[in-house]
Design a binder for this molecule. Structure first.
Ligand code: 13P
Length: 249
């Protein structure tokens, strides 16, 4: 049995006042919570690890550079993320692939840097609406998996998040059949490349418009081991019911 995991991606939301949300989340966790990772903006990483100290909540960053240090204005390295006490880093989110032109090779190099710093990489993949209409979803997923995951992937150092771009922040979600198809395909593709021991251990998250009212049915899908949640991770009022749904599966 793979341990369930819920990761909250705060994106570019949150100031010091938002640390109060972390306190109430820490005190409001359901019994037997799944693994919970909150990824605030980088300005809050140190304070977020302080605020959740002693609770089961782990903290992650939303990106990191491939290099450990150097002349890269505005970037943060995986070493810096780990220095903050964070344990995870989201990589290859479609918003970064789209806005900053991040390629699969960039994502793989960042994942290697994250592993070298002792972080778990949450690697995002997912098709666009155009890919889905063209019937090329599984080709796109195969290509992203092949290019974004370095050799040496394990169930400890990597989590894969399937986020159809058209479902992010739109309130649209794929049908359960579509989620089953992609998650089964991801598991099989990982098995072919890394062997079944590794693929059986890797957690696969679904992301894109996960809300309290749709979480339970998504979590019933066999190869869904949790979720990567944007908007609904910002307040415990939305996030805790999702955690409850996950721990009930
Ligand atoms: P929403 O849950 O707001 O659709 O965002 C999903 C996402 O992009 C998480 O990384």
């Amino acid at each position: 049995m793979r341990p369930k995991i819920a990761a909250g991606n705060w994106k570019m939301n949150g100031t010091a006042a938002s640390l109060a949300e972390l306190h109430s989340l820490a005190t409001g966790l359901p019994e037997n919570p799944p693994q919970v990772v909150i990824c605030p903006p980088s300005t809050l990483l140190f304070r977020a690890t302080d605020a959740t100290h002693g609770s089961p909540i782990q903290i992650g960053a939303q990106d990191c550079h491939t290099e450990g240090a150097g002349a890269y204005t505005g970037d943060i390295s995986a070493t810096m993320v780990a220095d903050s006490g964070a344990t995870h880093v989201i990589l290859g989110h479609s918003e970064r692939r789209d806005a900053y032109g991040e390629t699969d090779a960039d994502v793989a190099a960042k994942a290697q840097a994250a592993w070298d710093a002792g972080l778990t990489a949450i690697i995002c993949i997912g098709e666009s609406e155009a890919d889905r209409s063209a019937g090329t979803t599984l080709d796109v997923i195969a290509q992203q998996l092949a290019g974004s995951l370095p050799d040496g992937c394990t169930g400890e150092n990597t989590v894969v998040a399937y986020e159809p771009i058209w479902a992010i922040g739109t309130g649209k979600i794929p049908t359960l059949e579509q989620i089953v198809e992609v998650h089964d395909f991801i598991r099989a593709t990982l098995a072919e490349r890394f062997g079944t021991d590794v693929s059986d251990a890797l957690r696969l998250l679904y992301g894109g418009s996960v809300k309290p009212d749709n979480a339970a049915e998504i979590f019933k899908v066999d190869n869904v081991d949790g979720a990567l949640i944007g908007g609904a991770s910002l307040t415990p009022a939305d996030f805790v019911p999702i955690l409850q749904a996950l721990s009930a599966t």
